[in-house]
Design a protein around this ligand. Sequence first.
Ligand code: ADP
Ligand code: MG
Length: 344
Amino acid sequence: TRLREPPKIRRLDESVVNKIAAGEVVQRPASAVKELVENSLDAGSTSISVVIKDGGLKLIQVSDNGHGIRYEDLPILCERHTTSKLSTYEDLQTINSMGFRGEALASMSYVGHVSVTTITEGQLHGYRVSYRDGVMEQEPKPCAAVKGTQILVENLFYNMIARKKTLQNSNDDYSKIVDLISRFAIHHTLHGANRADVHTVASRSKLDAIRSVYGISTARSLMEITAHGDDPARSVFKMDGLISNANYTAKKTIMVLFINDRLVECTSLKRAIEVVYSATLPKASKPFIYMSIKLPSEHIDVNIHPTKREVSLLNQECIIETIQNAVESKLLSSNTIRTFNSQA
Ligand code: ADP
Ligand code: MG
């Protein structure tokens, strides 16, 4: 019998490669919003406003008061792997910005229509420019602009029919986006002035921010917590946060976690804390947890996930154990006070 001839191997067109990668970086409207807000934070913004239409599929608009984008940089802004944040591979070890891959805006321009209005310090007017498939569509047009940058992403996934249909049917990205903005608002002490267009402005304390996004009763049942490690052989970190007390009731855990100012998820830490709650408090309520963990940047690997949603930590077990102990003693001591108060 004759063997089938092997198929020919071809090099994919760059535009095909880029489109495939784009669908991975921007998985859904909420991931686009996360990238845009992180860019605004990286640009030093103190006020960020987000407008969403049709769960983000029709329109996502993020406006900030950050440092803006230089006119000379506009032609390559949406090209893949163009960034102002990283220049050498070694920089990754000490990077403080949330972005570094130079892929977010490029990806959005491959799966949606991106337009940018921006003005830099000292300029009399700004520029408006739009992008398609990584390419600037025409020369930037001078326009009136207030401080900062406004990025508009329209018709997300217009060229990915299946994804668009699934998202239209699920219809839950709006709440995902509100949830995301709420989390940023707590850590960066912005507060949600209007949940309808998830607008945020600077406010005073983290507790104020929690009150305005999660409500008075949540804010009222929180206690401050801190923990740290300073043994180089085990772990070096500092944690401060707010956790719910025995009066709080909820069916689902809310965990707002920032590690070196990055919004991340850490399932093992979340589980570990849930275990302490169910073992320590008589009422089986799931906790509310806000934690900010800081550790030396060389102890954290930020490059394990294309969406940067997960990070990996050196000595993760030790850190989790220390935090677990801190939560336990906090819950035990607050429970004693409660009992004492109710007897008085
Ligand atoms: P990254 O954030 O990984 O650098 P992005 O594609 O998200 O890549 O953004 C590319 C570049 O565009 C950034 O490095 C930054 O210089 C610039 N940029 C993007 N958004 C903003 C913004 N809101 N304000 C100022 N500069 C921005
Ligand atoms: Mg970015």
